[in-house]
Design a protein around this ligand. Sequence first.
Ligand SMILES: [Zn+2]
Length: 305
Amino acid sequence: MKLDNSIILTFDVEDWFQVENLKKNISFSSWSERELRVEQNTLRLLDLLEGSPKAWGGDVCKRNEPLRATFFILGWVAERVPHLVREIVARGHEVASHGFYHNLCSEGSLQDLINDLSDSRKLLEDITGSPVHGYRAPSFSISPKVLSLIAECGYTYDSSYNSFAANTRYGRLELISNGCGIAVRVLPSFFELPVSNLEIAGHIIPMGGGGYFRLMPALLFKRAVKSILEKQGSYLFYMHPWEIDPQQPRVKNLPFSYRFRHYVNLDSAASKLVDFISSFGGCRFITCKDYIDMVAADTAQGPIR
Ligand SMILES: [Zn+2]
């Protein structure tokens, strides 16, 4: 299948103070007083992905072909740094929505969620002048009902399902593979594109990225991705710009588990990402939308709009 050896890198563009694990310690009303670091961290990521040493002191990816990734951007961030959104597009990547205020989809009213889905999409479309096709729920808080609302709000795909059930915030979906690679065609013109994990003897091992990527030895992680690529053909990874920022302010009085998850190996995450990308030189790094377009072109129901 021509989807084989595709790696989809995704980045949830939010700042260090917007993370769910810190919510009890950092109120929403204080966000605007916090040090905004998302712009510099995202620019570092863009340089790193491009193999450009500009504004980036460490190693860079060495690739023969350009790499394209998907950036799920929080509306609150896009409102403050619209030029960053345009820069992401100018560098050849896809812009998608991570909602407006990082509220879990499992909390609040349905109308609030519909507003969040619509407003965040419209804002990004106004900034970029192009359609926005994809959505990722904060903390993967998806459900069948939320998935149908995302489709109703005009998105082409959702990428909010993470099958690792040990994190209780992650939502559940029953997805049945229907010949679309790692994507699942939920409606004729709407797809779910789940985060990749490794399944061994019925157990799900988290290999999609984030804190698990920072925690896991690089060699082990790369072996697991290789195994996923052999079994499933494609692999989807996620990460946040704050995960390559060891200088971010430290939040006091966090429970140990949250402190560990948020701060573990921040100083080595960027070089680990470079090493990871460089190790899969034979793979094609494409956006979620590119992947969905290939799936749609490949399957019987034809291309989507
Ligand atoms: Zn998020």
